[in-house]
Design a protein around this ligand. Structure first.
Ligand SMILES: [Fe+2]
Length: 256
């Protein structure tokens, strides 16, 4: 894979600049430092705590233990006073757009409702749904939340995207780095429809990648550990338009 362009997280352009970049390139990389500055320390600490209690994702393959995860769902409606976040029931999961998961119904452990109602999550949902609104004009979203931890050992890497290069089958996807300790690798690679792939490495807390999932594909290189155990925690936010025609959310595939 030849990568001709490396993108550094940007926090100087504001949401309008990021939306413009996503419209043009299909993605944007947002600086975590800028986002962290808007979030009180106790709220971010509480958010991070949720990753301390993730069960092994048994859906990857038998015997694989390097990935841990939980899954949650909310409806996000953007209004004049910010987002209204409503927790939804956990559901089984299909992602037939990706060959590795085709034909498989996956069930993940749910996240606590306390997490779904937390201020830090609301902050990130305001960011993601706000970008999605700026790009589409849509204010009502069905959102899937994936809390994922990749664990690497010196003798065994962890794969953030065992499915390889893919798109997730959503309208937009926000990917937020929650923690990266003692890791090597883990480069995010975005493949535009045209031109060479672009690489960016999320290194600081809340460094974020936002993609127009229909416009680009993405993958993440294996995560290694320099010594001891490496830990890479991500919050993945799937955004799909809420369908109100039958009063029920869309039954979308999602996640990774
Ligand atoms: Fe993905």
């Amino acid at each position: 894979m030849t990568i001709n362009r490396t993108v550094r997280p940007s926090g100087t352009t504001g949401s309008a600049g990021h939306a413009e970049a996503i419209r043009r390139d299909g993605f944007a990389v947002l600086a975590g430092q800028h986002l962290r500055a808007q979030l009180p320390d106790p709220e971010f600490a509480a958010l991070r705590e949720a990753w301390a209690d993730l069960p092994v994702d048994e859906q990857v393959a038998e015997g694989v233990t390097y990935r841990r995860r939980r899954y949650g769902r909310v409806r996000v409606v953007l209004g004049a006073d910010g987002p209204v976040v409503t927790p939804l029931a956990n559901t089984a999961f299909r992602q037939d757009t990706i060959p590795l998961w085709r034909g498989r119904t996956r069930v993940f452990a749910p996240v606590a409702e306390e997490f779904l109602r937390s201020p830090a999550l609301r902050f990130l949902l305001a960011l993601d749904a706000g970008l999605a609104r700026d790009l589409s004009g849509i204010t009502d979203w069905e959102v899937g939340l994936h809390l994922v931890r990749i664990i690497a050992q010196p003798t065994s890497a962890g794969l953030p995207t065992p499915e390889g290069r893919h798109s997730d089958g959503h309208h937009f996807v926000g990917m937020h780095l929650i923690r990266r300790d003692n890791c090597t690798g883990g480069l995010s690679v975005i493949h535009p429809r045209q031109g060479p792939p672009v690489e960016s490495t999320l290194t600081e807390p809340l460094d974020s990648l936002f993609v127009a999932d229909r416009e680009v594909t993405h993958e993440v290189t294996p995560v290694g550990a320099e010594n001891g155990t490496g830990v890479r925690d991500m919050l993945l936010v799937d955004l799909n338009r809420w369908r109100s025609d039958d009063g029920a959310p869309t039954d979308r595939p999602g996640g990774r």
